[in-house]
Design a binder for this molecule. Structure first.
Ligand code: ZN
Length: 193
């Protein structure tokens, strides 16, 4: 485990894996630890506040998030959520969302404002937590990835119509249902989950 973390390829809109329901994690071993470490590394390298396993080509129920992190402050404090569950949700909250799997597209999505959730950590210990506002949005965005749902799938007709051409363009670059973007993106100002 002394080797350097790897930058994982990110799957892009149009890739079949992003639409699949991910499988629960059953084995908690060094391989899992190493994969999660690569996910965390990739999330920061991609300037994201969250990253779900299907986005890097593994259809398993894991995501990592760090809503406090910013490049400028630079104090990473990632949370690893394995087999997470959304226990309750209330209220409405919406902000402009983006996704490193849907580059260049931003839209407002209606989410719960307050949620409670559970997850396992790398030692298979169960945690329960609550989140509100932005943190709750990031959880819901990442949790959706585990169920094959992207933020653009939650848009109503009119906002969807506005971005349809851009989505088609992303989709058309997929080969055999696989759509990988491995170069580093240019820095974008909007928040990306
Ligand atoms: Zn996303």
């Amino acid at each position: 485990m002394n080797d350097k973390p790897k930058l994982l390829d990110v799957r892009i809109y149009g890739d079949a894996i992003l639409g699949k329901i991910a499988k629960p994690v059953e084995t908690f071993d060094d391989e899992l630890r190493s994969f999660v470490r690569d996910m965390v590394y990739t999330m920061y390298q991609r300037d994201g506040v969250g990253l779900a396993a299907p986005q890097v080509g593994q259809s398993v129920r894991i995501f990592v998030m760090d809503t406090q992190w910013s490049k400028e402050e630079g104090k990473p404090n990632p949370t690893v959520l394995i087999n997470p569950e959304l226990l309750s949700g209330e209220g409405d909250y919406e902000i402009e969302e983006g996704c490193i799997s849907v580059p260049g597209i931003y839209a407002r999505v209606k989410r719960f404002n307050k949620i409670s959730y559970s997850y396992l950590d790398l030692d298979k210990k169960r945690h329960e937590a609550e989140a509100e506002g932005y943190d709750a949005v990031v959880f819901q965005h990442e949790f959706d990835h585990l169920n094959g749902v992207l933020f653009v799938d939650r848009l109503s007709k009119l906002p969807l119509l506005k971005i349809k051409r851009k989505l088609k363009a992303l989709q058309s670059t997929a080969e055999n249902g696989v759509n990988i973007r491995s170069e580093i993106y240019g820095k974008q100002v909007s928040s990306k989950e």
